[in-house]
Structure formats: C-alpha cells, structure tokens
Design a protein around this ligand. Structure first.
Ligand SMILES: Cc1cc2nc3c(=O)[nH]c(=O)nc-3n(C[C@H](O)[C@H](O)[C@H](O)COP(=O)(O)OP(=O)(O)OC[C@H]3O[C@@H](n4cnc5c(N)ncnc54)[C@H](O)[C@@H]3O)c2cc1C
Length: 492
C-alpha cells in the first residue's frame, strides 16, 4: 500500500510521549516545532502515491504496490530503480533531510537480503526480521533508528567506580511474552515525525555487554517510552522568507528514554549476542544499502550548494573574477565527483548472494569519509563567497509594510541585476544553508550521522583490497633485481 499524506499525518497522532523541555507535545502534526517538517513529509507521501510517479517511486511484490525503497535488488536494473527513487526524494529535499523515509527503510531491507546472518547465530530471530520488514513495507511506515549508546555511557568503568547504573539501554528482565528495557538510546533523527524505530548497536560491544545487544523494531508509543527532543529550530526561525530551509527541513532529533518498556518477542531481532547486534548491519546488506541513499543525498546537496554558490557570486558581481571562478570550479568538481560516485556504485556493483546484488561498498564508504571530513569546509567556502552580504540586510522583511522604509530599502539595497527584496531572499536562503542554527545542526549531522569519523575510516580500511594493491608494487619489484656488485665484502 502507498499511504497518502493525510494518512501519514494521522499516523503521527499515536499517543507517543514527546517532550520539548518540560512541554509535553500531544499533537505532533499540529505543533509549531514539527508541523512544517510533517507537512513536508506529507507532501512527499502524496507525491509517492500519485499515479504519475508510480513507475519511479514504487514496485510490485507479493501482490501489492510498495515504496521502491523496500525493494531487494536482484539486478543492476533494480539498483538503478532504487537509486532513481532515492534521487527523487533527495532532490525534493535538496539533500537536506538526512533521515527521510527511504533511509532507514533501506537498513531493514538490507537485513532482509540476508536473514541467514541471524539464523546462523545464537540469539538471532530471522523470522521476526522478515515479518517486520514485510509489515513495514505493506503499511508504508516511516522508520528511523537509534543505534548508539548515549555519549559518556561508553565508559562502563566510570559507572562502576561511581556505583551508579550505566544509562545505556539494556534488557533488565525477560518473560514468555518479551523483554523489558531500561535506559537511553542516542539519537533518533526524525523520531518526532517517524512511525517506528530500529533500536540497536552499530558500535562494537564488549562480550560482557550481552544485555545491551538487544535489537528490536518498535513504535514510539510503547508504555514507558519517552522522546526527549533537542531544541527545535523551525519553531523559532521566523517567517519562511527568512529561513526557508529551517522552515521545511528541521527533521528533529530525539533521545529515547526507556523505563520498564515491555517489547514483545515478535519485535525482537537480536538478543544476548554482542557480535550479532553489530553484524546485522555490517554482514547483511543493511549498512551499504542505506548508505548508498546517503551518497545520493549528498550528491543532491552538492548540486544545491553549487547552485547557491554560483547565484551568490552573481549577486555580488564577483563571478567573473578568476579566483572566484576557480573556487566555483572546485565546488563543481566535488559535485561531479559525487555524481560519479553514485553511478560507480551501480556500475561496479557486487553480487551479494545467489539472489541479490549490492552497490559497490568501497565507493559508498569513500563518499561518506569525504563528506564527514569536508562538508563543513565546503559550506565555509560558500560563506566566504557571501562576504558580509547577509549582514547588510534589515532584521526583517517586515520593513516592506512601512511605505517610507520600503522606499528607502528599494532605493538603496538594489543592484544593477537584483531588486532589493530578491537579493535579500537569496542571501537569506544562502545563510540558512551555511550559517543558521539549521545549517549548524546539519554540519554536525554530516560529521556524525554514520557514527564517528574513526569508524568511517575503519570501513574504508577493512574493505580495501590490500593484497591486490600491494601486489601491484610486489609484481613490479619482481621485474627487476637488486644490483649485483660482485662478491660480498670480507669482514676482518
Ligand atoms: C545531528 C545528529 C544526528 C544524529 N542522528 C542519529 C540517528 O538518527 N541515529 C543514531 O543512531 N545516531 C545518530 N546520531 C548519533 C551519532 O551516531 C553519534 O553522534 C556518533 O556516533 C558519535 O558519537 P558521540 O556523539 O557520542 O561522540 P563521542 O563518542 O563522544 O566522540 C566525541 C569525539 O571524540 C572522538 N572519539 C571518541 N572516541 C574516539 C576514539 N576511540 N578514537 C578516535 N576518536 C574518538 C570522536 O570521533 C568525536 O569526534 C546523530 C548525531 C548527530 C550529531
């Protein structure tokens, strides 16, 4: 089934307990912190359900029509179809929605491409996984994930020496019906506007952390579960004209707190197996399939950044200066590199199993590393191109309400090519991309959404074909000899 925007909005009124500070939010789609991003997603659900987009955004399986991102790819053509659907969604958000519905859906779809990983280990529940994936697909649900412990909780010695329990989420008891969870999980992007969440572990656990290895897929309204929102940006960012990106794309981030939350067994995928709780992301197709979406998104974002940068230089009349052109050329080259990375992931795809194929994982991890290390630098370059221009504009476009202020604004702020308000519109948009609170949150997102940089470096290291690469040098050296200078020099 493909949900309408209205069905999606209605699904968010599920009784979940969400706090902004001490304010309890009852009506998510009606609250000023979340109404605008919920409306953005509702538009996306409507676009997805529209008949003219059916071929691009959905596919048929088991007698039903489903969103494309639930599809398990069996051929290069399937990979292309998935990428095209991601492309539609990421262009819709200019690459600014990190955890759109196609992101984490790809995680569980990737797991469903290799449920054997769960079957082959103690504490894995492959049948639950497949039933969960089918239900999420059939009901067209919006899934996110919270798969790291809260900061500081990774230091168990601290809690032992202080004699207090570690706050990280763990199973505290189990019965015939399921497990009981207590603790915190960090940090679920889109939690305020999604339907369900994968709770699990992407970072390795020590063997004695079995109780923390719990991995489950649950709705947000289980009794005892609360969502603690970070400070919302959209609510305080002013009118759309002044912060159009904050307005549309403040996707929300929440810490999840569990106090005696009972999770039925059929929602549990892993229990009491520390290695397996990470392996289900890494040894299945989960991590690569979902992070291909991240690379498509980053390409959409780079397209947008390049466009904004170019417009800004036109508005400042700096676009013809050779040094500025070179800066734009560098941005364009990054954009083109990401375009090639997306295509390369398809055309150099790997056979994942007898049934399925997968995007080229090394190209996925290369793109993730580049963006974690260079995204902020790129935005800083655009900020430099803007000069101090944004601070030249009045505090608010409200000045247009006053006839005299309007006259002055339209007289003194206009340039040869731009009316005053149009120039202000462009600079407000650019600032929302590179300098606003929304931009700042996104800079942290791009650094950390896949985990810390050292983990991204690790994925690049472990997937590199070192034997093959070293072999190049070894073979070349085999082609020539150490010079023969005659008999060894005699030692006295
Ligand atoms: C905006 C945003 C959205 C997020 N969304 C999600 C989400 O949807 N789902 C989810 O599960 N998580 C999400 N996260 C959490 C993210 O996974 C973590 O922030 C990330 O794993 C880093 O963990 P940490 O924040 O606890 O940093 P810390 O572990 O406290 O690390 C702080 C710094 O120290 C460095 N550091 C720590 N240990 C080492 C080490 N051993 N070697 C080298 N350097 C080290 C880190 O690289 C980092 O720079 C999000 C984070 C942000 C900022």
């Amino acid at each position: 089934m493909l949900r309408s925007g209205q069905q999606y909005l209605d699904s968010l009124r599920d009784g979940r307990v969400l706090y902004i500070g001490d304010e309890r939010v009852d009506d998510i789609p009606g609250h000023p912190a979340f109404d605008k991003v919920a409306a953005t997603y509702a538009r996306l659900y409507d676009l997805k359900a529209a008949p003219e987009n059916a071929e691009r955004l959905s596919y048929e399986e088991d007698g039903g029509r489903h969103s494309m991102y639930w599809m398990r790819p069996r051929s290069q053509a399937d990979l292309e179809r998935r990428t095209s659907a991601h492309r539609f969604i990421t262009e819709f958000s200019y690459g600014l929605l990190g955890r759109s519905p196609d992101a984490t859906a790809s995680n569980i779809t990737g797991m469903a491409m290799k449920p054997e990983v769960l079957a082959e280990a103690e504490g894995g529940f492959p049948d639950h996984l497949m039933a969960l994936w089918r239900r999420l697909r059939d009901e067209d649900l919006f899934l996110t994930y919270a798969i790291v412990p809260p900061p500081a909780a990774r230091n168990p010695e601290f809690y032992q020496t202080q004699g207090i329990p570690s706050p990280t989420l763990k199973v505290t008891s189990e019965d015939a019906d399921g497990v009981t969870l207590n603790g915190m999980k960090f940090l679920a992007t889109s939690a305020a506007v999604a339907n369900e969440v994968i709770v699990g572990n992407i970072l390795p656990l020590a063997p004695d952390q079995k109780a923390e290895s719990i991995t489950c897929v649950i709705p947000f309204n289980l009794p005892g579960m609360t969502l603690w929102s970070r400070k919302p940006i959209a609510r305080d960012s002013g009118p759309e004209f002044e912060a159009p990106l904050s307005w549309r794309f403040d996707e929300s981030d929440c810490v999840l707190l569990f106090e005696d939350v009972h999770v039925p067994w059929d929602k549990v995928i892993v229990h009491n197996n520390t290695a397996l709780s990470r392996d289900i992301f890494i040894k299945t197709a989960s991590h690569v399939l979902s992070n291909h979406q991240s690379i498509v998104r980053l390409h959409s974002k780079l397209r947008f950044v390049a466009g904004v940068a170019s417009l800004v230089t036109k508005a400042t009349n700096a676009n013809a200066i050779p040094a500025v052109r070179e800066t734009l050329a560098r941005i364009a080259s990054f954009e083109a590199t990401f375009g090639a990375l997306v295509d390369g992931q398809i055309y150099s795809h790997e056979r994942f199993s007898d049934d399925f194929v997968l995007y080229a994982r090394r190209y996925v991890y290369a793109g993730l590393l580049w963006s974690a290390e260079h995204h902020s630098e790129l935005l800083d370059t655009v900020r430099e191109l803007m000069g101090g221009g944004v601070f030249q504009f009045p505090a608010s476009i409200d000045i247009l309400r006053d006839t005299e202020l309007r006259r002055q604004f339209e007289t003194y702020w206009a340039t040869k090519d731009y009316a005053s308000a149009e120039r202000m519109k462009l600079f407000q948009l650019a600032w929302d991309l590179v300098g606003s609170p929304h931009s700042s949150r996104l800079q942290s997102y791009e650094k950390f959404f896949i985990g810390p940089v050292f983990s991204v470096l690790n994925y690049n290291f472990i997937n590199a074909p070192w034997d093959e690469l070293e072999g190049l040098a070894v073979d070349l050296m085999a082609d020539y000899d150490v010079p023969d200078f005659g008999p060894d020099i005699q030692q006295d």
